[in-house]
Every structure is written in C-alpha cells, then in structure tokens.
Design a protein around this ligand. Structure first.
Ligand SMILES: NC(=O)c1ccc[n+]([C@@H]2O[C@H](COP(=O)([O-])OP(=O)(O)OC[C@H]3O[C@@H](n4cnc5c(N)ncnc54)[C@H](O)[C@@H]3O)[C@@H](O)[C@H]2O)c1
Length: 372
C-alpha cells in the first residue's frame, strides 16, 4: 500500500499557497505520494527534533512508515498518539499533548506535525498555537474531510462541555500535505463525511463539483480525478480564507448547512450522527429555507446524494422545537436571531438572520422527511 512513498519518485503533486493578511504563507501540497515532501518541508526549521501528534488508528496503519521516513532523513521524531474520536478534542488531551511537547525538549523552532483527521488536526493545531505562544505547525490530513476542509484555514481548538469548538485560536500551519494514499483505508462512513463538505463547496461556490463528486459517491476510485476534486475544494477554501481569515464576512459561507448540523449533533450528544451526516441533513434544511425565502433551487444537484445519507431520523420530528432552540445557542447566532447561510442560487450564498421560528421548523420538517 505504501509503495508510492519512495523518495523522489515523480508522483503527481498539486501545489499552491495560502497568503493570509500578507503576514503568513502556507504551502499546500496535494497528490499521490505527496508525503515524500514532508522531510523537505520540515528541514527548513533546521531542527533535528520533530514532534509527531498522530491519530491512534492512523498510527497503526502508517505510523511506523512515517517515523522510518523521518529517521532516514536524519530527524529525531518524538511520537504522541491521540485516541481516535471527538472526545480527544478536550482540555485533558490538550494538556497531555502540551506535556509531551515539553518533555520532548521543544524549543520555539521545533516543528509539530499533525497526522490524522480533523480531530487530531484541531487539537494539534491548538497545541502548536499555545506552546511557547506558537511553534511551527505542519498538517498531514488523512481523512477526506481534513484534506478538503479542516486542515486548511487555521481554525484550531477543542470542545468545552457546554459546546463544540468553544476554546481555540486562529493559527495557520506553515505546510499542509494531503496524500490520497491515506484514503485507501478510510472507512465508508468517514468517506461520506468528507463528501458532505465537498457537496457544500458545490453549493456555495462551484456547482460543477456536484458532477465531479457524484463519481465518488461510493468511495475511492480514479486517483487523478480524486486529486482534482480535493485540490479544487482546497483552493476554494484557501481563496476564502486568504480574503477573510478571521471570519468577518465571507468565510461564514463555509458554514452552509452547519448551523442546522450543529443543532442536530448537540441534540443527539455528538454520538448518533457523524459531522458529515449532520452537515448533509443541514444542507437539505438550508436548501428548503432558501426556497421558502424566495430562491428557486433545483433539487437534483443536492438530492442526488440522498441515498448515501438516508438515516433513520423520523423519531426527531416531535423534537423539532428542541432543534430550533439549539440553533439559538450556536456561537454565530446573536440577539435572539439565528444566523444561517442560505443560497440565492447555487454558487451564490448569503447570510441571513432569521427571527421567524416557523420558517426554521418548516425547514427541519422537510429535511427530516427527506433524509429519513
Ligand atoms: N478546523 C476546521 O476548520 C474544521 C473544519 C471542519 C471540521 N473540523 C473538525 O474536524 C473534526 C472531524 O474530522 P474528521 O471527520 O477527519 O474526523 P476524525 O479526525 O475523528 O477521523 C475520523 C476517523 O477516521 C479515522 N482515520 C483517520 N484517517 C484514517 C485513514 N487514513 N484510514 C483509516 N482511518 C482513518 C480516525 O481514527 C477516526 O476514527 C471535527 O472535530 C470537526 O469539528 C474542523
């Protein structure tokens, strides 16, 4: 499986930069066999020690190979495993990782490499942001979701018991290396999770992505097209982040479907639905709400993916008022209104503050019927 990670092979690599506020440049690489760039990218810090924060499942599959690559390049990797799952985005796991950094002899130039999905990336990013007020960060995303979304843009953080992602910092990685080789072992459910974010980019920015994404409904096939899909999504996010790093405006478009999704995740204790499943249901609700407010969106582009996201959700219909109440708790909702991203038409989002609860209830009713 790892045969493509030989040094200096001619593997196909896409490369671009994300420049934020003219003060920081992040180099983004995606492709097949891209991981071979890792050693070259961390050599720029002129340090022997490398801190590796790695998801425990990813460690079982790829950890030995990654440390071998680093050792063979003369680095001294120190490895800290992050238990798989959302519960690792906690103050306790953050402190354990910070302890690990100091016990490994970190200095202000020691690179920290995050290897895993969004959970590892968000936690490790916040560790890198906080140790000595910031050490170099390299993201090596290993899930589709992390490759197209969470590794990019510098949002790092952990959860608080009162809500998701409530503690954190904006902290940009210096390098992001997305190697599609990792995706060969990605479970189907995680694949769907990433696909939901890709569909989101289709809805808010690039409707052609609907057609490209439909090819990958069922999982890994056609590496060249997969690379194109990942790079296209990453570039969309990069362009938005470069313009609005701190989410003063259009970065909020990336939350399409998410205000609904966060309510669903919170109501069901973050266990019943994966983030991507909740985001898809949320996008169906946002689609309905957009049309209730005058848009004329076709159903096909979004609904062609329904079969991948049909979940048993009928039991939530009597709890729609609770879902609406949760939407008011979202950190983007202010002054007794719910802030949602809706569409004028595909590729043309807008931010709307909703005060009429009955509209939200109708949108939920439709989404729960449609996705059941
Ligand atoms: N920072 C951001 O901008 C941003 C954006 C979107 C989502 N997120 C966050 O991302 C998190 C979700 O990320 P995720 O969906 O990547 O989940 P995850 O990190 O929990 O990974 C999902 C599962 O896949 C496994 N896994 C990872 N890579 C694998 C591989 N190559 N092969 C086999 N198994 C593998 C993991 O062990 C885990 O069990 C959430 O906490 C969410 O809040 C952050």
């Amino acid at each position: 499986m790892l045969k493509n990670w030989s040094r200096k092979s001619n593997n196909l690599v896409h490369h671009f930069n994300i420049d934020t506020a003219g003060t920081h440049t992040c180099q983004v690489y995606s492709g097949n066999g891209t991981l071979e760039i890792l050693a070259d990218r961390i050599r720029i810090y002129n340090q022997k020690k490398v801190l590796l924060l790695i998801d425990e499942n990813v460690d079982k599959l790829y950890g030995r190979k990654i440390t071998e690559i680093l050792l063979s390049e003369g680095f001294d990797p120190a490895v800290h495993k992050i238990p798989s799952g959302e519960t690792s985005k906690s103050a306790g796991k953050w402190l354990e990782a910070v302890d690990f950094c100091f016990e490994s002899g970190v200095n202000r130039k020691t690179p920290l490499v995050a290897v895993g999905g969004g959970v590892t990336g968000d936690l490790a990013g916040y560790v890198a942001a906080s140790v000595m007020r910031g050490i170099p960060l390299v993201q090596v995303p290993t899930t589709l979701l992390a490759m197209v979304d969470s590794s990019l843009g510098g949002k790092t953080g952990i959860n608080h018991h009162t809500g998701k992602n409530l503690i954190g910092a904006f902290y940009q990685p210096d390098t992001i290396i997305s190697d599609i080789i990792f995706l060969e072992t990605l479970p189907a459910r995680e694949w769907r999770c990433g696909m939901a974010e890709i569909i989101k980019y289709g809805a808010i920015a690039d409707p052609d992505l609907f057609t490209l994404a439909a090819r990958f409904k069922l999982g890994f096939s056609d590496p060249a097209k997969l690379m194109e899909l990942i790079t296209r999504c990453a570039r969309i996010k990069a362009a938005i982040v470069a313009e609005d790093e701190l989410e003063a405006g259009r970065r909020a478009w990336l939350n399409y479907g998410h205000t609904f999704a966060h309510a669903l995740e919170a109501l069901t204790g973050y266990r019943r639905f994966s983030h991507g499943e909740a985001v898809y249901i949320g996008m169906v609700a946002a689609h309905k709400l957009s049309n209730l407010l005058g848009a004329k969106l076709d159903e096909f582009p979004l609904f062609q993916f329904l079969d991948s996201y049909r979940l048993s959700v009928a039991d939530l219909k009597p709890r729609i008022h609770e879902l609406v109440a949760k939407m008011f708790l979202d950190k983007k909702s202010l002054n007794n209104t719910v802030r949602v991203v809706l569409l004028h038409r595909y590729g043309h989002p807008r931010i709307v503050d909703i005060t009429d609860l009955s509209l939200l209830e109708k949108a939920w009713d439709f989404a729960l019927d449609t996705c059941n």
